[in-house]
Design a protein around this ligand. Structure first.
Ligand code: AP5
Length: 208
């Protein structure tokens, strides 16, 4: 298969960002992530307000804003790993109209582990690399191994917002996973193993 088009689904904290970066490097395709794109434009004025108003509350940013980001990114890509989209059935329908997918995979992780991963996550404010206060510690506390930048906690990684993000996932995004499952396209991968083990399972699912 050349230049695969991969959709990676799963709840907040399942490891989509961690694994998407590795997959994009491995398959030499673009990493298309609505979360990063929105964080880079958090204070952009749109007719629906700014992305920040939704993100800091753990709510979904309105569909027209994210659909536009995804369509522009996918039009420019030969192959991709799509991470963070679609998050509701209307986005899934939109995606269906603009591209075909080669693999649809969901990462499965228990609820308690998700909360621990997200509340303990630290990200580099310079390069965006991910760490965890317990599971993936940097060599020097508070300093990014990759670029030396400062590690910070994301505005939406406090416990209250994490719980709201998980509720929004159950209500809006779980039906998307069920939809791909009913189409017979979905591969389930146990995300509750080490990052390297999860990566191996993803690779095996994409190039059987
Ligand atoms: P987004 O940035 O997409 O966040 P998310 O889906 O909530 O996912 P996360 O980035 O929090 O988690 P992840 O699965 O990528 O996990 P990670 O690899 O970092 O969205 C943020 C907000 O933007 C949304 O709430 C919404 O407002 C808005 N938005 C985005 N897309 C949208 C859309 N399409 N429509 C509308 N609104 C949208 O891992 C988490 C932690 O766990 C890290 O610390 C990591 O080091 C650790 N970890 C990873 N893997 C493992 C492992 N195997 N074992 C132990 N620890 C691990």
């Amino acid at each position: 298969m050349n230049q695969p088009k991969i959709l990676l689904l799963g709840p907040p904290g399942a490891g989509k960002g961690t694994q998407s970066k590795k997959l994009a490097d491995h398959f030499d395709v673009d990493h298309v992530t609505t979360g990063d794109a929105l964080r880079a434009n958090k204070d952009m004025e749109t007719e629906h307000g700014t992305p920040r108003e939704y993100m800091d509350a753990g709510e979904l940013v309105p569909d027209p804003v994210v659909n536009e980001i995804v369509e522009a990114a996918l039009t420019e890509a030969d192959g991709f790993v799509l991470d963070g989209y679609p998050r509701n059935l209307s986005q899934a329908e939109y995606l269906d109209g603009i591209t075909d997918l080669d693999a649809v995979i969901t990462l499965e992780v228990s609820r308690g582990e998700l909360v621990e991963r997200l509340t303990g996550r630290r990200v580099c404010e310079e390069c965006g690399a991910n760490f965890h206060v317990e599971f993936d510690q940097p060599e020097t506390p508070g300093v990014c191994d990759e670029c030396g930048g400062a590690l910070i906690q994301r505005d939406d990684d406090n416990e209250e917002t994490v719980r709201e993000r998980l509720r929004v996932f159950d209500e809006n995004t779980q039906p998307v996973i069920d939809f791909y499952d009913e189409q017979g396209e979905l591969v389930r991968v146990d995300g509750e193993r080490t990052p390297d083990e999860v990566f191996e399972a993803l690779q095996a699912a994409i190039e059987p």
